[in-house]
Design a binder for this molecule. Structure first.
Ligand SMILES: [Zn+2]
Length: 409
């Protein structure tokens, strides 16, 4: 029997219909976790999943599970999935692609009249991005027990709305306990979000591991004073210290060439008014490198930079870690499965590391987990210009379909 492939037109129109929810004038998507827009996306996804013959359940953190039964009711399911939330400047593909490629798998199995031995569960995880509520990969991390449900529910967005309140507000909280169940495997497909596959011309990137990434909040404290009469030499300006630190953080990443990454993307300033020298700045920052030792060396440089800024500008600077991931090593058997399936379909491939976290990262310690990328045509994501072609999307869904068939028997 020749290998089944995804229905490219159907997958593309599904992606575009989902992308219209929260769609922006620039062609991107703004669908923050547990927002009104994301609530509509959830309803549409559940509707589509039920049409594809799945039974839908939702757990207490809002993770959606669409289950397609197998002939062996007691067998641990094969799980696939990703997320429906986006960052404020997001595109139509980050996250939604993995969920909707999974939906295409369910639809294709229905077209073919195939019943697998194992059940298959398609999951839309809650709050992968961490853009509205920190930390990221929240739903999958509660599912795997890496973070506590009560802690996750208590997390607040910048306007003081908690995850628990937001779940209630859009009717996204389910009654199923979080976690406490087995999967035989988890497979996720995602857009690359970087330029490597596009540069190399490969169709599939088999993720073999991740960068090591460590995330911090730098709290810079100075002294509030009038912006007029205060002499320059008198000042303890926390924002000036932050500016110097941001440049140092950028330098630390750049000094590692293409393997280094360093960021300072989020800043909070107090009192943040025009007439007052800033007395406190909280700067979220991170360092990443494929070599764990090198990532730690970058962190050491970051700590040195904090100390230097404190001395140079008469400030106090504290650096507190709030998140980390990697380096992970993906399961060899799952990498082999993705490689074989890709080869059998006649697609080109390369091995690749993930620099960003994904729901597959917390799942790595939970069950055999595989992750693979399709090319980002523009080489970027978290941007309205994020784009993958219909053929690229379809190729990845075909790999997912055939890998799932092998896993589910
Ligand atoms: Zn994503």
């Amino acid at each position: 029997m020749s290998m089944p492939t995804a229905n490219s037109d159907r997958l593309w129109s599904t992606l575009m219909e989902m992308g219209a929810i929260g769609g922006t004038a620039g062609g991107g998507c703004r669908r923050l976790a547990l927002s009104e827009e994301e609530g509509r996306a959830r309803i549409l996804f559940k509707h589509w999943a039920e049409e594809a013959g799945c039974v839908v359940t939702v757990d207490r953190i809002g993770n959606i599970f669409a289950r397609r039964g197998g002939t062996d009711r007691d067998a641990a399911p094969v799980a696939i999935g990703s997320h429906l939330d986006t960052v404020p400047t997001g595109g139509k593909f980050d996250g939604a692609y993995g969920v909707l490629a999974g939906l295409e798998v369910m639809r294709r199995l229905q077209d073919l009249g195939v019943t697998t031995q194992r059940p298959i569960e398609l999951i839309a995880w809650t709050n992968e991005e961490g853009a509205r509520f920190s930390p990221m990969t929240m739903g999958s991390s509660v599912f795997t027990g890496d973070i506590a449900l009560d802690f996750a529910l208590s997390r607040q967005d910048p306007s003081g709305v908690s995850v628990g309140e937001a779940l209630q507000a859009i009717g996204a909280a389910g009654d199923v306990p979080v976690g406490g169940r087995r999967f035989s495997a988890y497979l996720e497909t995602h857009i690359e979000q970087g330029p490597l596959l596009k540069e190399g011309g490969e169709q599939i990137g088999v993720v073999t591991g991740s960068f090591k990434a460590r995330y911090f909040v730098a709290t810079i404290k100075g002294q509030a004073a009038h912006v007029g009469p205060t002499l320059m030499e008198q000042r303890h300006d926390a924002m000036v210290g932050a500016a110097a630190l941001i440049l140092e953080i950028n330098r630390i990443g750049r000094s590692r060439g293409r393997d280094g990454r360093s960021n300072a993307p989020y800043i909070e300033v107090e009192p943040n008014v025009r007439g007052v020298i800033p007395q406190e700045v909280r700067l979220s920052c991170d360092v990443r490198h494929p070599d764990a030792d090198e990532a730690l060396a970058m962190e050491a440089e970051l700590r040195d930079a904090c100390a230097k800024v404190a001395t140079d500008y008469g400030l106090s600077v504290a650096l507190d870690q709030y998140f980390e991931f990697g380096p992970i090593n993906c399961h060899d058997d799952m990498c082999a499965l993705i490689r074989e399936t890709t080869t059998s379909l006649g697609f080109t491939q390369r091995d690749i590391l993930t620099v960003a976290s994904h729901d597959a990262v917390p799942m790595m310690d939970f069950c055999p987990t595989g992750l693979f990328f399709i090319p980002s045509e523009t080489g970027i994501s978290h941007s309205e210009t994020e784009y993958s072609t219909p053929a690229q999307c379809s190729d990845g869904a075909s790999v997912l379909l055939n890998a799932v068939i092998k896993l589910a028997g």
